[in-house]
Design a protein. Structure first.
Length: 48
């Protein structure tokens, strides 16, 4: 296995799952997303 001299950085995008048991502030603050509707942010799914 060869390790590249400059590792590639991959930008990930996330999708939020809104479930009743989610919180109102942590994920919005983490991602810089506004939450004016006051929806619960339960999970943040990451991928590319």
């Amino acid at each position: 296995m060869t390790i590249p001299s400059k590792p590639e950085v991959v930008k990930l995008s996330g999708a939020v799952q809104h479930y009743d048991w989610g919180g109102m502030t942590f994920i919005p603050q983490l991602t810089g997303v506004e939450n004016p509707e006051g929806q619960p942010f339960a999970e943040l799914w990451m991928g590319d």
